[in-house]
Design a protein around this ligand. Sequence first.
Ligand code: BEZ
Ligand code: FE
Length: 312
Amino acid sequence: MPETLTDTPEVQQLLRRAAGLDQPGGDERLRRIVHRMASEMCRIVEEFDVTPTEFWAACGYLTRLGQANEVGLLVPGLAVETFLDIVIDEKERRAGLRGGTPRTIEGPLYVADAPLERGEARLDQDPEQGEVLFVEGQVRDTAGTPVPGAIVDVWHANTKGFYSFFDPTPTPQSPYNLRRRIETDAEGRYGFRTIMPSGYGCPPDGPTQQLLDQLGRHGKRPAHVHFFVKAPGFRKLTTQINIAGDPLLHDDFAFATRDGLIPELVRRTAPAEIQARGLNEPFATIKFDFELNREAANLPEAVVVREHAKAA
Ligand code: BEZ
Ligand code: FE
């Protein structure tokens, strides 16, 4: 006698039919995945004695999550986006790949086709009071050879933790504020001037924060800067650097902090340095070099295809 209702022949047959497993045609792998998902839902209902009212409340929640365009927030909040990285890391390791800048999650706030600049760029278009930050470095291969012509696609939040295009405040930012693509120079170098970001927080009245509240968790991220780094013949890198010293550095609701991605933040207060940069206040600098892996046929796909917002 099966111990659970889910395992009875009647329910097993229902689940097989629901996933199309008793029919030819369709996509075999998808049918198996759907079968597993439906079966796990039945097991959860049974094991946790989920009532129909609770079940429909969960369905309503998922509907609201989609309507609020927050699926891309909840997935990293439940560590699943980080798990996808862990899976690719492991496939690369098994394929013998070593070295390279660590990857970390993309998150849901990228906007495609930011303005392209050569060598150096200024990211802060909209005037804001905050600490000026200079970030510079080199893109190299794993043997230390510079990669000229690489595209460093960078994006980050403003001093209030909001991203352009997704900014909900009454005075939203310009579409590409704090977003640029920078082509590395002949020595593989890139550099940009910007304004120190603050950490992002989930919309306080949104469905993601609603669930996090019920889990007793906060929905905040430490301050960080995102990058895609691409060059012909190399694996695309998706990563972020954290701003050292942020109190949430190791308490990121999206689980994106990784060793090797917390560069030193240097505060520059010497009048000569301030003057040399054409400023009249202390500023901060970060040096961060990227190490790209060469593409090879035996490696898992490094390009993640997902829907991206377009500002224009
Ligand atoms: C972010 O990059 O800021 C982000 C990542 C995951 C969820 C929400 C925001
Ligand atoms: Fe971010």
